[in-house]
Design a binder for this molecule. Sequence first.
Ligand code: IVH
Length: 718
Amino acid sequence: MAKSSKSKVKTDKTPVDLLTAKQAKEEYARLQIEIQQHDKRYYQQDRPTVSDAEYDELRKRYNAIEARFPDLRTFESLTMKVGAAPARGFKKVRHAVPMLSLDNAFAEQDVVEFVGRIRRFLKLSEDEPIAFSAEPKIDGLSMSLRYEGGELITAATRGDGAEGEDVTTNIRTLKQVPQQLKGKHIPPVLEVRGEVYMTKADFLKLNERQKAAGDTIFANPRNSAAGSLRQKDPTVTASRPLGFFAYAWGEISEMPADTQSGMIAWFEKCGFTTNPLTKICNSVEELLAFHRKIELQRARLDYDIDGVVYKIDRLDWQERLGFVSRTPRWAIAHKFPAERAVTVLNDIEIQVGRTGAFTPVGKLEPVGVGGVIVQNVSLHNEDYIKGIGGDGEPLREGRDIRIGDTVIIQRAGDVIPQVVDVVLDKRPKDAKEYRFPKKCPCPLHTDVVRGETATGEEEARARCSGEFACPYQKIEHLRLFVSRRAFDIEGLGEKQIQLFFENEWIKEPGDIFTLRARNNKLKLEELEGYGETSVRNLFAAIDERREIALDRFIYALGIRHVGETTGLALARGYGSWQAFHDASLKVAKGDEEAIAEMDALDQIGDTVIAAVAAYFKESHNRGIVERLTKQVTILDAEKPKTDSPIAGKTVVFTGALEKMTRDEAKATAERLGAKAAGSVSKKTDFLVAGPGAGSKLAEAKKHGVQVLTEDEWLKLIG
Ligand code: IVH
């Protein structure tokens, strides 16, 4: 669509960097109106009055002002609107083998315990040597590259681990990613995994270019790598130098090596770059020495790392060790200590969370910590501000946090920054003690309460007593509901949910799925920033999510203490929504059998049970659930493997086992689709009894449960 350039666009030519806050505010507001008028003329009236280039200039300047003064951003900002930046999503790719993450070690003792756990699990004696592959932990984006017949077919981001985004076209522009693998014996299917990163030097250069062009400034190399990969135009990705280190694999039709280090050497032969600092270590001491050495080199390395990773070298041991929830038992990330900075606390604001809990948020004078600009810091709760720790002990004796204080903040890995100390010498005379609000800042102005934990102690967090009437809580729940790990609806993110909520088009989760039917009245396409296409896309994206996995669904309900992992544990434990729902209603009524059954599930304890009960006790919640379940299909949880002889069976281990540890035996049973229980009941199918078996053996005999020796068991599972 051609745009004539009859009218002249007024831009204030002062460089954005030199604008005062006042000037910026005025210009930002002016630009916003001006851009909206151009949008209207262009999209709705087909009579643009500026050229595309002039229009782009306005947008750029607007974005640059907002990037420099993020506080200017409001709900009305153009950057918040759907369709404003028509980010056509990338195609989704399901990973053949899930992409998992790593457990973290911070202290040296954590590493000692990690190795101890492995020895116990594998029943290795203290003097049996264990070889580890020790490597830097690259702070980039993990990527899965699928080769078929040696040719690159797809490249996918990690996403939520199960499903990522297809960025194949962009990845093809990376020099360190071979299009065709080298070597003779290439397996028909090979997924190579590793990290895409940008060097520190290239990051700085890119930011300079971005600044000159008035484009987004990236906070750190990791973000710039992510931003560069998510470009819709691959020529843009090609213009941004990205590197790739190969360090792991997913699906692979034939294994070319039987150790981690062998795999890495083979990746090199295939044409990949692997990290040159990777080293074999044979003891805890060697691992710790490696950590220290790499930490000293860290600043001089040309790429960001946030720790080192230790992996068991023998792949047969890796396989035996397997996984706990989403992390392998055979590897750990040993992080570097947190990075710190000193800055001033300008203000404290209260945020109301999904469960009504208050989080005081410190507003800081912006400061760089380890390459990221930090402006907000969580102050946790009232006691924390007063300098009292979670156990009631003094945390910062005599050093409570006041507005105006100079504070030391720290960032550890991905963790939200924290205030670790207050510099008393620098406390200004007018520093203000913070008074925790007695009323919720929500429009209901309810009284603040401090409830009880599952164990009957007073909670550290104050919360709004408005419960379901509190709009802050409702919106937080909707935010969780549409978030990436829950329903993940394309085009319905936090900002849009806020808009829809404020207009009362979506008051609760079920409303999302009736939007289309109500659109005759709502007429979303007439909204500023929306058009027929974006509304059509939104409805299509919503429809795509009418089928949902049980674990995600449970997580999306927003039950307190039920995070992703617990959602998965409940889903696996009950298998279907019907079973979980029935059980939860019984639990809410105090049915002891139902409670005991929930308690017997892996990773579920009193706190979760109390939270599930509290949730289903509320008729309001039951109503939300009922209306929602009418709109969606909840898929049963992954069925236990049915091709194994013990699938769906319940097994109990007792007495001493000789060939493997109790933990390994349980993990193997679970991997084969059985449930490993702690006590014998009439529901038990097998009792595996070693020497020294006592009361469980007697109990098994009483119930007529089949009793096996360890050897018989091993024969049974093959
Ligand atoms: S191994 C099963 N090795 O760290 C786990 N990960 O917290 C396979 N990462 O998502 C990952 N450097 O993005 C591995 N040398 C390395 C790594 C590394 C960085 C990242 C990776 C992963 C995250 C886990």
